[in-house]
Write a new protein. Structure first.
Length: 62
């Protein structure tokens, strides 16, 4: 079987879980997270959820 070589690799770190922060190693992506009030969380203004990041990335695949 042929081995597929990656063309690009991205890494990121996250702290604090769903009420925390994430950032890519090159600093291009930075986001603060907060669980929405509708889900029992603090719902901090100006924050995202992991689902927001997934949706944004996935839309670029099409």
């Amino acid at each position: 079987m042929d081995r597929i070589e990656p063309l690009f690799t991205a890494t990121a770190t996250a702290t604090g879980g769903r009420n925390g922060h994430t950032e890519s190693s090159d600093g291009m992506v930075k986001a603060d997270f907060s669980v929405p009030k509708a889900m029992g969380g603090p719902g901090k203004p100006g924050t995202a959820t992991p689902e927001h990041l997934f949706a944004a990335g996935y839309t670029n695949l099409h």
